[in-house]
Ligand binder design. Structure first.
Ligand code: UGA
Length: 443
């Protein structure tokens, strides 16, 4: 099928490359001419495993192209995806200006019946606005507006697209639905499930999923706060919870909280549009508040341990918003760095992929080239992002470099006993302290 994708950011580019891989002919279009030039020369501007290979494959097979000119990309397309950003305005409301501009662009350039697919995360009711815009601008063309929210995780976006748990398609008419069935046939014929709903239900489902995942994380973080007060171990509690199949173990990891471009924005947008509808959904603001509290708890812990932070070196392991990505948008690690810097600490951070970008974002952050450099002279070393490579740190080497052998594990990620055995005092969020040289006895 002939497909155009408006917006080639993280979601749009993965959509382009994976649809081309499934055999469709795809044109990605973006107003950012520089980004288009970069893509056209075969460069993927962010870190996403398998994506560069898929883009190269799309070029080789002649099924993928990029353009900054919608007049070149859209005419003749049976389907046009809208994958533009929906950033939060002050107050949390999703800014839908780029979605509206995309609808106008499709209207201007559509050459015949077109299925317009909303993939950007948007408040329920947005498709109806898109439909109105299309009809107003091009009453002569038949448009079918469909919602097809993405459930891609950064770092696993290609696998999430090609082996999805589910494909959600919200359509209000048979033609739009049939077109989407044909588009995803290469996946559904291999047993991947397509859930079909009406448009507004699909739109709302996306916010429902992201807010629920954020809720699980905040629940775990609230449990960490109460565990700190009674001396319980939040990791053991969430393990117990996770064994109940009705709860499940995923997204119950307590720590510095969630970040990135999706959860914080989506929870705020969901809250804002629910309130506008007359249902304020106070649970959503509580999710966000508990998430912010996680950073407060880490700062308080570090201050309590180190006492005066002014002019003391703090080592930070991990700067991206989660492991497996170079994305630092709303990274809890950077939020923590900023707070410590405001307390006049000297913060040296290391990240396997995001160091340079983080250094540009937080001017006074010292960017270290490896974990040992980050630990040099440090009074405390904080694990802020749980990168796998931190599991195999040379702990004695790390300890030798530090001014004081103290680790605060902001992701409850390291093995407390191994760390204590290596001579560190180990503190974690919502877990009992483990003294240096005195690993806990296990039954
Ligand atoms: C999230 C969702 O997981 C995707 O399903 C969704 O499609 C995507 O948002 C989106 O709306 O585009 P992503 O933002 O890539 O994906 O990141 P996640 O892997 O979900 O992690 C989000 C944050 O939660 C990270 O900061 C992570 O460190 C944190 N987290 C995750 C925890 O603090 N604890 C956990 O147990 C799990």
């Amino acid at each position: 099928m002939k497909v155009a994708v408006i917006g080639v950011g993280h979601v749009g580019l993965v959509t382009c490359a994976t649809l081309a891989h499934l055999g469709h002919e795809v044109a990605g279009v973006d107003v950012d001419a520089e980004k288009i030039a970069l893509l056209a020369s075969g460069h993927v501007p962010f870190y996403e495993p398998r994506l560069p290979e898929l883009v190269a494959e799309g070029f080789e097979q002649g099924r993928l192209r990029f353009s900054d000119d919608p007049a070149e990309a859209i005419p003749g397309s049976e389907i046009v995806f809208i994958c533009v950003g929906t950033p939060a305005d002050a107050g949390g409301q999703a800014n839908l200006a780029a979605v509206e501009r995309s609808a106008t662009t499709v209207a201007r350039h559509a050459s015949g019946t077109t299925v317009v697919v909303e993939k950007s995360t948007v408040p329920a009711g947005t498709a109806a606005r898109v439909r109105e815009t299309l009809r107003r601008e091009r009453p002569d063309v038949a448009f079918h507006v469909v919602s097809n929210p993405e459930f891609l995780r950064e770092g696993q976006a290609v696998a999430d697209s090609l082996e999805p748990d589910r494909i959600l398609v919200g359509a209000d008419d048979a033609e739009g639905l049939q077109t989407m069935r044909r588009l995803y046939e290469p996946l559904t014929e291999h047993g991947h499930r397509m859930i079909e709903t009406d448009v507004v239900t699909a739109e709302l489902s996306k916010h429902a999923c992201n807010a629920f995942l954020a809720l699980k994380i905040s629940y775990a973080n609230a449990l960490a706060r109460i565990s700190e007060l009674v001396g319980a171990d939040v990791e053991a509690i969430t393990d117990v919870m996770g064994t109940d199949p009705r709860i499940g173990p995923a997204f119950l990891k307590a720590g510095l909280g969630y970040g990135g471009y999706c959860f914080p924005k989506d929870v705020a947008a969901f809250q804002s549009f629910s309130s506008k509808l007359g249902y304020p959904f106070p649970l959503l603001s509580e999710i966000a508040r508990i998430n912010d509290e996680a950073i407060d708890a880490a700062v308080a812990m570090v201050q309590d341990l180190v006492w005066n932070l002014a002019h003391k070196r703090v080592g930070l392991l991990g700067l991206s918003f989660k492991p497996g990505t170079d994305d630092i948008r709303l990274s809890p690690a950077l939020a923590l760095a900023r707070r410590l810097i405001a307390l006049e600490a000297e913060v040296a951070g290391y990240d396997p992929t995001a160091g340079d970008e983080a250094g540009r974002e937080v001017a006074s952050l010292i960017v270290a080239r490896d974990p040992y450099e980050a630990a040099e002279g440090a009074h405390v070393l904080i694990v802020a992002t749980g990168w796998d490579e931190f599991r195999s740190l040379d702990l004695p080497r790390l300890r030798e470099r530090m001014a004081r052998p103290l680790i605060v594990d902001g992701r409850n990620f390291l093995d407390p006993d191994a760390v204590a055995a290596a001579g560190f005092e180990y503190h974690a969020l919502g877990r009992p302290t483990v003294a240096a040289g005195r690993p806990r006895t296990r039954a």
